[in-house]
Design a protein around this ligand. Structure first.
Ligand SMILES: [Zn+2]
Length: 410
């Protein structure tokens, strides 16, 4: 069995038409275009006899029955919403790829041992309520009705009301939460959204781990004083301390693991005027890696370097941990199946980490996950120019299909 190139291309192209506002694709969950896109997908699902269930917030599950319906299903899919002026491949590649696998099974009259379910996640991009990955957070029990009543659109409408107006029933969230162990495995095909596969000319990235994140805010306090009249040796300059510390951060990541990254993306000086030594300088450090231990190690080193820099400059320092999310480990058996199947298909693959957050991050709370990346040309994503070749998408869909076929027989 193999996926159908023209059908994948046609379905992805069709999906890009559910978009009324250019440039690029702006299809927010619960919008008119989203409801049209859902209808289009549901019609395909029904035409091949899938049993469709739509949950409280609009996540769609379409089931291809197995020989043993009592067994936990293997699920695969991605999101069908977009950012404002995004591209036509983000989310859609994995949604259409997962649907294609069901279409292939159907046309070959193949019935797997376990059921297979295609899933289309709602509100992944956070475009409506600035809360990303909402659909999968809700179906895994990480967000509830009360949260939806607090989350708002930029126009001030609550998520609860927006979802209700679109014809879904958020009141039934509690009964739609999927418990741990009720799904055999969850797979997601996705565009890479970065440059590595394109730059190194690989077709497939088999995800070896999904990065977690730790955010710190480092604040140096010194003594505000005149920039002209204060001799250098009498200064307590928090800017000097901050710069000493920041200059070490690149090496902290590079020397810890090959996959770790650390970024200072925000810096603030008080009072932030040109002719005074600042009283206070604070900055954020965003640490990511596919191992929780390595993130912890970097954080320990960050604190040590911050203390050293404070001491060198007669300042005080605090290092507060803000948000964190755990790294997600991909099980060895999952990586091995994908590797074996990629080799059988003769695909050029590499193992790589996933740096961005996907629905799979939350599915990992309730089941084993696997992810496949296909190249983003020039690494561009969340822009109208976002592009992935249909040949690569077909290769990714074939690997997804073969992985599903293996897992549904277990
Ligand atoms: Zn996406």
């Amino acid at each position: 069995m193999e996926t159908n190139f023209s059908r994948i291309k046609e379905t992805i192209t069709d999906m890009s038409r559910f978009n009324s506002e250019g440039p690029g694709i702006s299809r927010f969950s619960y919008s008119r275009d989203d409801l049209k896109a859902r209808k289009y997908l549901l019609d395909i699902c029904e035409s091949i006899g899938l049993k469709v269930r739509v949950d409280a917030v609009g996540n769609i599950f379409a089931r291809y029955e197995g020989l043993q319906p009592e067994l936990e299903p293997v699920v695969s899919g991605s999101h069908i919403d977009s950012v404002k002026s995004g591209g036509m491949f983000d989310g859609i590649v994995g949604s259409v790829g997962a649907l294609e696998c069901a279409r292939v099974m159907k046309e070959n009259n193949f019935v797997p041992k376990r059921p297979y379910e295609v899933v289309f996640y709602a509100e992944e991009e956070g475009s409506n309520f600035q809360v990303p990955v909402m659909g999968s957070k809700i179906l895994t029990g990480k967000l509830g009705i009360e949260d939806l009543k607090k989350m708002k659109t930029l126009d001030g409408e609550t998520a609860y009301d927006t979802i209700k107006k679109a014809g879904f029933n958020p009141d039934k969230i509690p009964e739609d939460v999927i418990e741990k162990g009720k799904i055999k495995a969850s797979l997601e095909l996705h565009i890479e959204q970065s440059v590595r596969l394109d730059l190194e000319h690989h077709t497939i990235g088999i995800i070896e781990g999904i990065a977690g994140c730790q955010w710190y805010r480092v604040t140096f306090k010194g003594k505000q004083n005149h920039a002209g009249a204060t001799p250098m040796h009498l200064r307590q300059d928090p800017m000097c301390a901050a710069s000493e510390c920041i200059s070490k951060i690149k090496d902290m990541a590079k020397e810890t693991t090959k996959t770790a990254v650390a970024t200072v993306g925000f810096i603030e000086a008080k009072p932030n005027i040109p002719n005074a030594i600042p009283a206070e300088v604070s900055f954020t450090v965003d640490i990511r890696d596919i191992s929780n231990k390595s993130m912890d190690d970097i954080a320990i080193r960050l604190k040590k370097e911050a203390e050293k820099a404070a001491k060198n400059n007669g300042c005080e320092v605090t290092c507060e941990c803000g948000a964190t999310s755990n790294a997600i480990e991909i099980k060895d058996y999952m990586k091995n199946i994908m590797k074996d199947e990629a080799e059988k298909l003769g695909l050029d693959y590499i193992f790589m980490p996933s740096g961005a957050v996907h629905d799979s991050n939350y599915m990992a709370e309730i089941t084993d996950v696997g992810m496949i990346f296909v190249p983003s040309i020039d690494g561009r994503s969340h822009v109208p120019e976002e592009k992935t070749s249909f040949e690569d998408i077909k290769a990714g869909a074939d690997l997804l299909l073969n992985t599903i076929l293996k897992l549904t027989e277990e």
